[in-house]
Design a protein around this ligand. Sequence first.
Ligand code: SF4
Ligand code: SF4
Length: 179
Amino acid sequence: MDTIEYSSRDKELANKIKAISDEAKPEDCYTCIKCTNGCPANKIFEGFAPHKIQVAAHMGFVEDLIESGILWYCMNCLTCQTRCPMNTSPVQTISSLTNIAVNRGIAPPKVFTEMIRAVKANGAIIQPREAQTTDFDFLTREDLELPARGIKDPEKFQEALKIVGADQVLEIKKAEEEK
Ligand code: SF4
Ligand code: SF4
């Protein structure tokens, strides 16, 4: 997996996290490691540790965190935030850092942009599949009298995606893919 190489320290850049999120508070972390002990991403990717990200962000290693690619392993489950005895939020630090990355023109890994593309096109990451019965019959949502799926108001939906930065991310990825 990606690893962080600490080399570039910039306290000014660390202040940007504060500007984005007042919940992140990496400066209040006292490295009890409760966040990392409950982090599902840490169980899969050993090198991913929210307490280390808090400390590195507070110390100003923002550039290194962004460049490492490690931030994208976070599953946004919020466990770290709920477990923190200091009421800090590693996940908010991570989100702030990914925001800084995108604003600098760094696109997330392909798996993210593919999910965004799917949501933009169909309103969902995964399309509904037919259900299989014990008699090996296949039933559609219609067969099961389930409501139709899809985007109710395409215009408003696209507008909302634009506001959350989906289009910006896709443009960055497109430029990267065309290089
Ligand atoms: S739980 Fe909170 S105080 Fe403990 S290491 Fe994680 S961020 Fe720091
Ligand atoms: S939100 Fe991210 S960093 Fe926090 S516990 Fe979940 S996966 Fe780990």
